[in-house]
Design a protein around this ligand. Structure first.
Ligand code: GDP
Ligand code: IMO
Ligand code: MG
Length: 435
């Protein structure tokens, strides 16, 4: 009963979409376990680029059952648009299953998210404005709507009526438009009607697949450093992207996970506010941003760019219990004379090797760098580690040593096949699969 978790090791946008799509060919079920349409996962197959916000990145394969798990917050309007986009491209979406227990992002959640950010002014988190925080907040406060409520008119009306009283008070205090019950009920029911064929009990889909011996892939959104518990609070998202989130949000137990693959890119990026010790403000950073096309998939905002940081890497590998790592976007570093890697911080005059749990301490951290000689040539067409320039190989080895976990794939381009496979035991050949 093998299950593999794919988790971002940095601040999101590590290339989880590409990695999931690449591995999905070998599995039966792919599950998204947290986050919502704040995520933007890019899959490139041949000349086609598909940007996914809610459907797991295995959805392009006809054999995959794609599951949106109970831990996800679903904006039904985004999901319907995404299903329409996929159908227009000829993708069969009949196997997209949506957990009945997943929470619904309502228009008032979006308004509250944006209104709160405006109110925070300089202290804003820089959210994607998708209503993620208020929806998870309502879930914890037991005031939320679940997908199953969209096909149950009396419950829907009752829960919206109860919830709207306080929401409207808050929205009015923020100076933004308030909402009325009946238009929201009508909207919710229309969404429910459209999505009804996709609603399911996602936990049993996953459990039945594992019992049959099918391989299940669980795809995280965001990344470890944006985790509500493990990131630099409050500059985080409102869910748990870490591997443990795959259990609570994907319907599996810890002992059912047999591999945790961490995804990272060869440098760092961050969207939104918050400490970022290795951030670059010079021409080298600009060059990486341009070559790496570092603009947010969801909001189009420029991503902040910096050198690779091994301090949070060691933390991420620990809290996720990674068994393997995928290194993406190595090609973007071609042409840089000297590549820097942060190996520790200096905080208040002292050398610090461990990721500080305090956001305040982190914002005072100065990186201590190790220099690596770069390489000139483009590497998009390289398909084996031996054919990489020697300095690129050295760089990969150094990151691997810091992680103390094998790097099993190195990606050298956005297209599905631009991948170097290394030290990898294909999933279909693992014991227990019977294949
Ligand atoms: P995700 O949110 O983790 O799925 O990552 P995004 O899709 O938001 O951002 C990663 C971007 O890098 C996408 O545009 C990918 O197509 C692209 N990408 C992924 N791997 C590579 C790679 O090895 N090289 C290059 N040049 N681009 C890559
Ligand atoms: P993927 O899955 C990068 C960031 C936002 C903001 C913080 C909180 O594509 O890697 P939220 O809207 O979640 O309340 O915003 O989290 N953020 C992401 N940054 N990639 C993402 O997703 C992100 N999803 C949220 O920029 O700093
Ligand atoms: Mg992304």
């Amino acid at each position: 009963m093998p299950a593999t978790v794919i988790v971002g090791l940095q601040w999101g946008d590590e290339g989880k979409g590409k990695t999931t799509d690449f591995l999905a060919e070998q599995v039966a079920v792919v599950v998204r376990y947290q986050g919502g349409d704040n995520a933007g996962h890019t899959v490139v197959v041949g000349d086609e680029t598909v940007k996914l916000q809610l459907c797991p990145s295995g959805v392009l394969y006809p054999h995959i059952t794609s599951v949106i798990g109970n831990g996800v917050v679903v904006n039904p309007a985004t999901l319907i648009r995404e299903l329409d986009m996929l159908m227009a491209r000829g993708v069969d979406v009949s196997k997209v299953r949506v957990s009945r227990s997943a929470h619904v992002i309502m228009p008032y959640h979006v308004a509250l998210d944006k209104g709160n950010e405006t109110r925070l002014a300089d202290a804003k988190v820089g959210t994607t404005g998708r209503g993620i925080g208020p929806t998870y907040g309502d879930r914890a406060w037991r005031l939320g709507l679940r997908m199953e409520d969209l096909v149950d008119e009396p419950t829907l009306r009752e829960r919206i009526t109860r919830s709207l009283v306080d929401k409207n008070l808050l929205l009015a205090a923020m100076g933004v438009d308030t909402f009325e019950v009946e238009p929201l009920v009508a909207q919710g029911l229309a969404w429910g009607e459209r999505l009804r064929p996709h609603l399911d009990d996602s936990t049993w889909i996953v459990q039945d697949a594992l019992r049959r011996g099918d391989h299940v892939l669980l795809e995280g959104a965001q990344g470890t450093l944006l985790d509500l518990d493990h990131g630099s609070y409050p500059f985080v998202t409102s869910s748990n992207p870490v591997a443990g989130g795959a259990c609570t949000g994907g319907g599996i137990g810890p002992l059912q996970v047999d591999e945790v693959i961490g995804v990272m890119k060869a440098y760092s990026t961050r969207v939104g506010s918050g400490p970022f010790p290795t951030e670059l403000f010079d021409e080298v950073g600009k060059g990486i941003a341009e070559r790496g096309r570092e603009f947010g998939t969801v909001t189009g905002r420029p991503r902040r760019v910096g050198w690779f940081d091994t301090v949070p890497l060691r933390y991420a590998v620990a809290v996720n219990s990674n068994s393997a790592i995928v290194l993406n976007k190595l090609d973007i570093l071609s042409g840089i004379e000297t590549i820097k890697v942060c190996v520790a911080y200096e905080i208040d005059g002292k050398r610090v090797d461990v990721w500080p749990s305090s956001g305040a301490a982190l914002s005072r951290a100065t990186p201590i760098y190790e220099d690596f000689p770069g390489w000139e040539e483009p590497i998009h067409n390289v398909r084996s580690l031996a054919d990489l320039p020697e300095n690129a190989r050295r760089y990969v080895t150094a990151l691997e040593e810091h992680a103390a976990v094998p790097i099993v794939f190195v990606s050298v381009g956005s297209e599905r096949t631009q991948t170097i496979e290394r030290a990898w035991r294909p999933m279909r050949h693992r014991s227990g699969l019977g294949a």
